[in-house]
Design a protein around this ligand. Sequence first.
Ligand SMILES: Cc1ncc(COP(=O)(O)O)c(C=O)c1O
Length: 375
Amino acid sequence: MSTGTREIPLARPLLDEREEELVLEVLRSGRLSLGPTIERFEELIAERIGAPFAAAVSSGTAGLHLLARIAGLGPGDEAITSPLSFVSSANCFMFEGAAPVFVDVDRRTLNIDPDALEAAITERTKAVIAVDMFGFPCELDEIRAICERRGLVLIEDAAEALGAEYKGRPVGSHGVSGVFGFYPNKQLATGEGGIVFTHSEEEWHLLKSLRNQGRDYRGGSWFHHVRLGFNYRWTDVQAAIGIGQLEKLDEILELRSAAAARYDELLAGIDGVETPLADDGEHTRSWFVYVVLLEHGVDRARVAAELGDQGIECGEYLPCIHLQPYMRERFGFAEGLCPVAEDASRRTLALPFFPQLERDDQERVASALASAISS
Ligand SMILES: Cc1ncc(COP(=O)(O)O)c(C=O)c1O
């Protein structure tokens, strides 16, 4: 129940007249799918992230699935990913019949620990899905070296990390194939959608065929299908929103960083709250969510409920994948498999976070959090 103060949502996209104008142009053009606006968006985002090829798809999940399909994953194979991620990081290869192997995360970065990854490789392992969790880049070079040495396919789940940089270059530009997502809470929001970035022209052609029911990527007859494909097409209406969002991406990223810096400052003196890991010389986070870790012993559900009572939306972001009911049932996973990830996931709390978030609302969040923790 709200006390009557203004509600502060968890997330909200930054959209304005520019997106309206671009959407209207597409509506008036009558080209709602497979049109030029998608191609324009693909060119613009590829240039922005420093990847030679980009293929837009209906969601981040769809993009990951296509990469798992192209990797040739199937029954009898294992793929390794992080337990502290969204379910798509594992579902993408389970759709193809491969089994998930979860390895623990690094306590500081909350991303996959390369040593744990190497130790989990078996003769069945075929791929690794490395996640840039909460927009913080994973240890891509170390992970890639392991994958090259052990003959594994590497896919980067960068759904949360558009705008992040690893070793001074954008995520997406490092030669590995991966995905960004455009759900409304993401840095670039189009409602639904995702982009697969790749450094292989051949893979790009395959992606364009697979997303479009297996049609020849060069076009041709509508009812000519050269392979088994999916309908993972995006629409030109979404691409129009995407172009508007790309035009203001720098502004969005700056506003998000500024909001994160204000939270860092406001929460610094509050006992029981650990703020997110700061950037270092090699990792520059793209601020997707602002997730704090509550100290052991703090009752997270009660804190979240108290904030909720004051109109402040927050999220238990997010449970470990291996402990989801369908994973437990199918593979018998239980607590204790990935202790670091499990401990973090029990203590994470996502605070309201979006580009337009203002300081006075952040002050409200900080003082509500402090009083909820101390009470
Ligand atoms: C790490 C991660 N991977 C994959 C996805 C899936 O993206 P989508 O919701 O666009 O399918 C998400 C979305 O929240 C995500 O956070």
